[in-house]
Write a protein that binds this ligand. Structure first.
Ligand SMILES: [Zn+2]
Length: 121
């Protein structure tokens, strides 16, 4: 893993919480899921472990899939719970994308998290 890749993972963990040790789907898998009353597909960029709610008195947060909706790369990723998943398929092999920010390659959907991206979410 390169330094950039490690930096990206640290950013994701800071944004979404620690990675889930176990989950039904894996990073890079393609999900079809329900959100905002519609059906979407996207790629899993992070899987956050179950955790205590940050709001007192609320239920603990369930395992969450952070999904980059296809065609919506510039918006905030969707947070998808197991109950909203219609189907999932494993990415046949990890797809690398050339990164315009650092000149290296990142897994598909991860380029926006590049530490060199000036518009990093
Ligand atoms: Zn990069």
């Amino acid at each position: 893993m390169t330094d950039f890749e490690e930096q990206i993972l640290r950013n994701l963990e800071a944004d979404w919480g620690p990675a889930a040790p176990r989950s039904e789907f894996s990073k890079g898998d393609i999900l079809r899921y329900k959100a905002d009353g519609s059906t979407w597909s996207g790629v899993i960029v992070w899987i956050a472990a179950q955790s205590e709610s940050t709001v007192e008195g609320h239920e603990p947060l369930k395992l969450r899939y952070i999904v980059e909706r296809h065609g919506w790369q510039d918006s905030i990723p969707d947070v998808v719970y197991s109950k909203d998943i219609l189907s999932g398929e494993a990415e046949p092999e990890p797809t690398l994308e050339k990164c315009p920010h650092c000149g290296g390659h990142h897994f598909k959907g991860m380029v926006r998290y590049c530490p060199n991206n000036p518009n990093k979410p």
